[in-house]
Ligand binder design. Structure first.
Ligand code: SF4
Length: 356
């Protein structure tokens, strides 16, 4: 699975499985693939994927798909089907799929605010980010209202059995850095349906927002470091790097006090320039604070400044995930125990398979 996520997958039939998103936030240019009962997001539209040794045959008459590596069959795989809620639309004609999408096989995910103060200017934008692409392409709307999110969440639970929800957001120009918008959204969703929610934003200016988010119905919090070394942060995400690592660490500590041990997560992208040692060192500090670090192989998304940046080798990714799995197990932090969000879903990384 680690190799499949690093190299990507070529498809005999591009229409197999649910349609994949090109651009946007989160796992863009990917398809969800189920291997050995474990659903992972695998790059299918990237330059790396086009040269991958992995190839998926078209489904046979019984719907079975053979995964080959260098022409040798190695496994049977399947693709989660298109969710039923995608067929619906709101009273004002917005397709539900423009409001939220299915990630993995049981996660509903949305970018509440599809605009970002960082993304608007080349000199501040995160180099890996494609948040504006799906908006320009008309595949989403700029601001999902609490009412729209509640309506779609309810349908996704009833029709497709989604188990948890991710609310991420572009960063607005307000000092709460998106916390308020997440509060308003979670409050409306929880009033409509009982669904565990992860909110994801930059650390807000005031730690009081953590208690407000918890009270609004957000069960777990993601504040994503992405890169961990100051010079890599400055180079890859110059705008976001203005929020210091020290501020992130203080915010993590305060958030764990509110959400609980293991219920605060951070995404770390392996392959952007941070060394194995720097990533593991940071993970060690995060685990000591009770934060679950989720290390994900970087995927170069088409149309971003990093589209030609190489994906990390599976050896590099495994050299981090193997010891990290042991560190997490020793600390008693497990993906399985997270109530909602990326760490629980785990589809963007094979990390949880290394946890004992
Ligand atoms: S790990 Fe997060 S971003 Fe990746 S598929 Fe799961 S919910 Fe989506």
């Amino acid at each position: 699975m680690t190799e499949l996520q690093s190299y990507g997958l070529r498809l005999a039939d591009a229409s197999t499985g649910a349609p994949s998103r090109i651009g946007g936030a989160g796992p863009s240019d990917h398809k969800a693939v189920t291997v050995d009962g474990h659903t992972i997001m695998v790059p299918v539209h990237t330059g790396t994927a086009a040269a991958s040794p992995f190839f998926a045959d078209a489904p046979d008459a019984s719907g079975r798909i053979t995964l080959k590596r260098a022409s040798v069959p190695i496994a049977n795989i399947s693709f989660p089907k298109q969710p039923r809620f995608y067929a619906l639309q709101t009273f004002d004609g917005i397709p539900y799929s423009h409001i939220a999408t299915l990630h993995g096989n049981d996660v509903l995910a949305t970018t509440v605010l599809q605009t970002c103060i960082r993304y608007e200017h080349r000199e501040t934008a995160c180099q890996f980010c494609a948040i504006g692409q799906s908006l320009v392409a008309g595949r989403t709307i700029a601001h999902k209202t609490p009412e729209q999110l509640a309506e779609v969440a309810r349908a996704a639970v009833l029709l497709d059995g989604v188990k948890h929800m991710v609310l991420t957001t572009g960063t607005p120009p307000s000092p709460d850095r998106g916390a308020k918008i997440l509060c308003d959204s979670a409050f409306a969703i929880k009033a409509a349906v009982d669904l565990p929610i992860q909110g994801q934003c930059e650390p807000p200016n005031d730690d009081k927002w953590f208690a407000r988010m918890r009270a609004s119905g957000i069960d777990t919090l993601g504040m994503h470091l992405e890169a961990v070394t100051p010079d890599v942060r400055q180079r890859i995400m110059p705008g976001k790097a203005s929020v210091s690592l020290a501020r992130y660490m203080k915010a993590f500590e305060a958030a764990v006090g509110v959400f609980g041990r293991g219920q605060v997560n951070t995404y770390i992208l392996a392959g952007l320039g941070d060394t194995r040692g720097a990533i593991l060192d940071t993970c060690d500090k995060l685990i000591a604070l009770g934060v679950y670090p989720f290390v994900v192989p970087f995927v170069p998304i088409g149309g971003t400044p990093l589209e030609k940046h190489p994906a990390p080798t599976p050896e590099f990714v495994r050299s981090i995930l193997e010891p990290l799995g042991t560190m997490l197990s020793r600390a008693g932090l497990r993906a399985h125990d997270i109530k909602a969000g990326c760490g629980k879903c785990g589809a963007c990384s094979s990390q949880s398979t290394f946890e004992k």
